[in-house]
Design a protein around this ligand. Structure first.
Ligand code: HEC
Length: 154
């Protein structure tokens, strides 16, 4: 029994030490160049992006307490870093029309295939879950919005 107690104490000690190694937080704000600042999105679409995508694809992540605890905090930081590299909704205003339409196509594909929002993230962040109807609405919006962007160009 004593062995278990010592092992438990060591593990607890390691866990506490891990907490001193926290990644930098992604919280510089959504910004004036974001898709919400630059475009007039339908309210449900804006809400979906906010709740299901911005944590990993913008400059503003919401961190519930469980995302602040190592090692979960490292996984979150990794997702944010990789997610923003591919698509950052905070930089939307800097993209040209072709880039925007390309992004919209990818968004539709990723949501349709169920890759995004990342399933393991949705299991823990329940309010990020998109229903079937929401998924369809989001995909329909990517098509409609691409057409609008194109029409504005012509
Ligand atoms: C938990 C973090 C997380 C969330 C939430 C999330 N993504 Fe991602 N996303 C990533 C990461 C990491 C990558 C890059 C690696 C990959 O493609 O799997 C990525 C990649 C992408 C890509 C680029 C794919 C490519 O191959 O070019 C698109 C588009 C995308 N996500 C859209 C979305 C949309 C739309 C949402 C919301 C409905 C969303 N993501 C939610 C983390 C996330």
């Amino acid at each position: 029994m004593k062995k278990f107690r010592i092992a438990g104490l060591i593990l607890a000690g390691i866990f506490i030490v891990l907490q001193f190694f926290q990644p930098e937080l992604n919280r510089s704000g959504l910004g004036d160049n974001s898709i919400l600042a630059k475009e007039k999105l339908p309210e449900p679409v804006a809400a979906m992006l906010k709740h299901s995508c911005f944590d990993c694809h913008s400059n503003q992540t919401n961190y519930p307490w469980y995302d602040r605890i190592a090692p979960a905090s490292w996984l979150v930081a990794h997702h944010v870093k990789e997610g923003k590299k591919q698509l950052n909704f905070s930089d939307w205003g800097s993209k040209d029309v072709i880039d925007k339409i390309t992004e919209l196509g990818k968004i539709g594909d990723e949501v349709k295939s169920g890759n995004m929002p990342i399933p393991s993230y949705v299991m823990i962040h329940r309010d990020a879950k998109l229903s079937k109807e929401q998924t369809e609405e989001l995909i329909a919006w990517t098509v409609k919005f691409s057409e609008e962007l194109l029409a504005k160009e012509e």
